[in-house]
Ligand binder design. Structure first.
Ligand code: HPA
Ligand code: MG
Length: 218
């Protein structure tokens, strides 16, 4: 098997009952199942870090896509630091942060990027690794990549913890993927629904009650 192939969290059987895990009381009624337990996430992030170090050709600018990417970014960078020696050469890291917002309720809207052209100039000649929580339609990432490439980086790779199997996908596939997930709205491990659930460790499927309870009322 290609070690870069993602784990396919495919069938219903992958959805664990909430009763089997510790879930904060304030979220219990807003979730329908645990899709990826925290420990499994951590084990997979460690492997992605190892692959990234093996394939690095020089210093990396690791670029966190906020806010949802922050937990994956923090854990990935920690594991990269532990793996940082590659065939006797070490891989220096620098860290950057980009804020992107495209969601209201569970509906994708226009993508807003926080990067100014001045900030992007720093990327010239660098090896960039973009760290994202989830590729859903692929729209955000395609726009972000188009913007970054204008500033002539040496290379741009993307690590996404999740890729969603949705008919709305534009076909974009990142260089590193943790898990492919079913077409459901997921929260936890910094992924949010209207800013809620970032403080949940497991990746869970939100319930219909949860969507209503935490909806933004327009
Ligand atoms: N959950 C949280 N954020 C997201 C999702 C999701 O399923 N898809 C795109 N952004
Ligand atoms: Mg995101």
């Amino acid at each position: 098997m290609d070690p870069k192939m993602w784990i396919d969290v495919n069938s219903e059987s992958f959805q664990y009952s909430l009763d089997h895990f510790v879930i904060p009381d304030h979220y219990e009624s807003a979730l329908s199942s645990v899709l990826i337990p925290h420990g499994v996430i951590m084990d997979r992030v460690e492997k992605l870090a190892k692959l990234i170090v093996q394939e690095a050709t020089g210093p990396l600018v690791v670029c966190c896509v906020l806010k949802g990417g922050h937990q994956f970014f923090a854990d990935l960078v920690n594991y990269i630091k532990k793996n940082v020696t590659r065939g006797g050469n070490s891989v220096p890291l620098s860290l950057e942060f980009i804020k992107v917002k495209s969601y209201n309720n569970d509906v994708s809207g226009d993508v807003k990027l926080s990067l100014t052209d001045d900030e992007c100039k720093e990327f010239q000649g660098k090896n960039i690794l973009i760290v994202e929580d989830i590729i859903d339609t692929g729209k955000t990432m395609v726009q972000l990549l188009a913007k970054l490439r204008k500033f002539s980086p040496e290379s741009v790779k993307v690590a996404s913890l999740l890729i969603k199997k949705t008919p709305l996908s534009n076909g974009y596939i990142p260089d590193y993927v943790g898990f492919a997930i079913p077409n459901a709205f997921v929260v936890g491990y910094a992924l949010d629904y209207n800013e809620y659930f970032r403080d949940l460790d497991h990746i869970c499927v939100i319930s219909e009650h949860g969507k209503e309870k935490y909806a933004v009322k327009n």
